[in-house]
Design a protein around this ligand. Structure first.
Ligand SMILES: NC(=O)c1ccc[n+]([C@@H]2O[C@H](COP(=O)([O-])OP(=O)(O)OC[C@H]3O[C@@H](n4cnc5c(N)ncnc54)[C@H](O)[C@@H]3O)[C@@H](O)[C@H]2O)c1
Length: 351
């Protein structure tokens, strides 16, 4: 095992960052092992991940120790247990976009400029930046990627903004000899992963998918944010084309967030319907109702990505590393089916 820790900065201390950090503490303090998908990635255990820096633009989180900020409003994640003080105080992030009305009404904004962020990342000698800010803030996510690159840190982009799929940004990470992966995290078992997995299974049984749809209902700030029509359409496009990677032509698919239901909290209910044909063209219909938790669904993947990115950089890789992006994200440079992407990732990083 490498004898050093991976120094990580989280940007956007929302629900997925909160759950991931709770998981990091849970697994590295030996409280349990259940549910940890890949105990070792790139030679690193979960306990080798050290969060040294954190940024947000909400005044209810800025200035607080991370252990307190992860449970501050408007986060609505389940608090599994008290986390001891981390000594990491959340600092002000940058904001280069105009907020849509949903985000504007939910956030109490404080911010600082990009140069200060570069200095902040350098000062904390950050190896990997994890960008978990609200979706739709394209200029801000790009500014964070640039700041991270300038500071010599690799970048994990969980948002749907084109960062690791933007050739100019990828080139600048290559030049700086750091890694960038993305875009738009694929949850461990969310609607997209289940949808893609089922298409693979049907085809492996000789069944032909004809059309399918996936409709999501959720609570939490990110779902509220997705009620903004332009963002909803964009996310629908990303999800739909991610699923389309599993099939060939002649199959219709629709996928997207349909509505916000406050009392669902950080949970998501996904309705899937498949129409397929079997023997002599006989009709097969499958209906599935999946209830999952957004934050919990992000934890394993984010912890895997941090460790894989650190390993890739140690191995001299830079720019977008397809084997990592294909495993962890919905919008990628390369087209790979979900089972192949997972197999390649595991054979490379989880041995
Ligand atoms: N399973 C998942 O959780 C999942 C899956 C796919 C994609 N994602 C992506 O991950 C991101 C985070 O999701 P979430 O559910 O944790 O969101 P969230 O709404 O719970 O949290 C977002 C956080 O980002 C902060 N923020 C907003 N703008 C910022 C800025 N400019 N600088 C710093 N902080 C900023 C907000 O204050 C908030 O704390 C989203 O972009 C989402 O699309 C998450």
């Amino acid at each position: 095992m490498p004898n050093r820790k991976i120094r990580v900065a989280f940007i956007g201390i929302g629900n997925s960052a909160s759950t991931t950090l709770q998981g990091l503490f849970y697994y590295s303090s030996g409280r349990g092992k259940d549910g940890l998908w890949h105990p070792v990635v790139g030679g690193y255990g979960v306990g080798d991940v050290e969060v040294v820096a954190a940024l947000d633009i909400d005044s209810r989180k800025v200035g607080k120790d991370l252990s307190e900020a992860i449970f501050s409003e408007p986060n609505i994640v389940e608090k599994r247990f008290e986390i001891p003080k981390t000594g990491v105080v959340v600092e002000k992030g940058l904001l280069e976009d105009e907020l849509n009305p949903y985000l504007a009404s939910a956030l109490k904004v404080v911010k600082q400029d990009k140069n200060s962020i570069v200095e902040y990342l350098k000062k904390h000698r950050v190896d990997v930046v994890v960008n978990t800010i609200s979706s739709g803030l394209d200029k801000s996510s790009i500014a964070y990627a640039e700041a991270s690159c300038e500071a010599g840190a690799s970048f994990v982009n969980t948002t749907p903004t084109s960062v690791a799929t933007n050739p100019d940004i990828v080139e600048s990470f290559k030049k700086r000899r750091v890694v960038v992966v993305g875009d738009d995290l694929m949850s461990q078992l969310g609607g997209t992963a289940l949808h893609r997995g089922l298409v693979y299974f049907l085809k492996s049984r000789g069944i032909k998918p004809v059309r399918s749809y996936q409709l999501d209902v959720g609570g939490g700030l990110e779902t509220l944010n997705t009620m903004y029509e332009d963002l909803r359409d964009f996310k629908k496009q990303v999800k739909t084309s991610s699923i389309a990677e599993e099939v060939n032509e002649g199959w219709e698919v629709v996928s997207g967030t349909t509505d916000y239901v406050d009392f669902l909290g950080n949970n998501r209910v996904t309705y899937l319907q498949f129409n397929a044909t079997g023997f002599m063209g006989s009709s097969i219909i499958i209906n599935i109702n999946l209830r999952s938790n957004d934050g919990m669904n992000a934890g394993n993947i984010i912890l895997d990505l941090i460790r894989a990115v650190a390993k890739a950089r140690e191995d001299g890789l830079s720019g977008n590393v397809n084997e990592i992006s294909n495993y962890g994200f919905k919008k990628t440079l390369e087209r790979k089916r979900i089972h192949e992407a997972t197999m390649v990732f595991e054979s490379k990083y989880c041995r």
